[in-house]
Design a protein around this ligand. Structure first.
Ligand code: NAP
Length: 138
């Protein structure tokens, strides 16, 4: 019998896309509420950092993946990785709907797909429906 592999990488990729779509839509929804809601929304990417993130895969594979990232010069120290998170936490209240990456207050434009407002709205509506269903069931 052929064993089925769980597509970790693909699911991780989709989860990050959804996170960005949802964050940008949340930012727009908050804006629609008006200025009385002092809430800012930011997406943060620490870059590649050696953590427990690959706990689900065999340790020999995760060691190899981190080694490869290091050899490619892409692996950052946790001190560097945390900078974008600190940037988001300390950003002025008016900074919202942005994607922090790289430290020193740097923000990036994420992919065109992650900025698709129609897709974001669909995700928002689907999430709200799921949340309501869960609320009614509990
Ligand atoms: N590491 C990277 O290279 C990298 C790059 C880009 C983005 N990110 C993102 O950064 C975020 C943090 O990742 P990380 O690298 O710090 O990963 P991590 O080492 O796996 O840490 C994740 C944190 O979430 C907790 N956690 C994991 N599974 C959980 C569960 N089922 N229920 C409750 N808590 C749970 C962990 O708790 P325990 O410590 O108790 O397990 C830990 O505090 C993730 O969203 C990741 O996708 C990471």
């Amino acid at each position: 019998m052929k064993s089925k592999c769980y597509p970790y990488a693909r699911i991780y990729e989709y989860s990050k896309l959804c996170l960005l779509l949802f964050s940008y839509e949340l930012h727009r929804q908050v804006r629609l509420m008006g200025k009385s809601h002092h809430l800012s929304v930011a997406a943060v990417d620490p870059g590649a950092v050696k953590t427990n993130i690959m706990r689900e895969i065999p340790s020999c594979l995760s060691r190899m993946a981190f080694l490869l990232l290091k050899l490619l010069g892409l692996l950052q120290s946790s001190e560097t990785g945390v900078c974008s998170i600190i940037d988001a936490a300390l950003a002025p209240a008016e900074v919202s709907g942005v994607y922090f990456f790289g430290g020193n207050g740097r923000t990036l434009s994420s992919s065109a797909l992650s900025c698709d407002t129609k897709l974001a709205k669909d995700l928002w509506v689907t999430s709200c429906n799921l949340f309501q269903e869960l609320q009614m069931a509990s």
